[in-house]
Structures are given as structure tokens and as C-alpha cells.
Design a protein around this ligand. Sequence first.
Ligand SMILES: [Zn+2]
Ligand SMILES: [Zn+2]
Length: 86
Amino acid sequence: MDEDQYGTCPYDKSHRIVLFRMPGHIIKCMRNYRGPPLAICKYNATHRLPKEQMDEHLAECVDYLKFHNHKNLKIGLKSRQSPPTE
Ligand SMILES: [Zn+2]
Ligand SMILES: [Zn+2]
């Protein structure tokens, strides 16, 4: 059993969802969700969390890292700086 295939639903932590089903699940779950609105990670639409936690999330977001590693292969993580504001 490969745990990596599963993720936790951002709208209900008790939902353990197979990753490839996550996008569809999130859309359904979002409709029933009654909590504060969640911000969507720019790098993976299935990553949703309160806006104030987004910086923290990006520090460990795999898709963010992939994206930036790919783009700045030579610069590497050592000199990672906050991206310019858009
Ligand atoms: Zn859910
Ligand atoms: Zn993310």
C-alpha cells in the first residue's frame, strides 16, 4: 500500500482521497463546505488552505519546489528568495 497515493481533503481532514481523484472530490466537497474560504495554491489547484498559511505552505509545497527547481536549476534552493510581487 502506497501512502503517497493518498492526500487529505482540504475541506475535511477526515477525508483521505486517492490523489488522482482529488480534483473531482474537491469540487464536490467545496459545495458542502461551510468554513472560511480557502486560498488556492498557484502551483497545484488541489492545495487549498487559509490565505495566511500560504507562505508557510509554499515553503514545503512539492509543486512549488518542482516548478522553481525546473526554472532555476542552477540557482538551487540555497539562494531561494521571495519571488517578485506580481
Ligand atoms: Zn472532502
Ligand atoms: Zn501547493
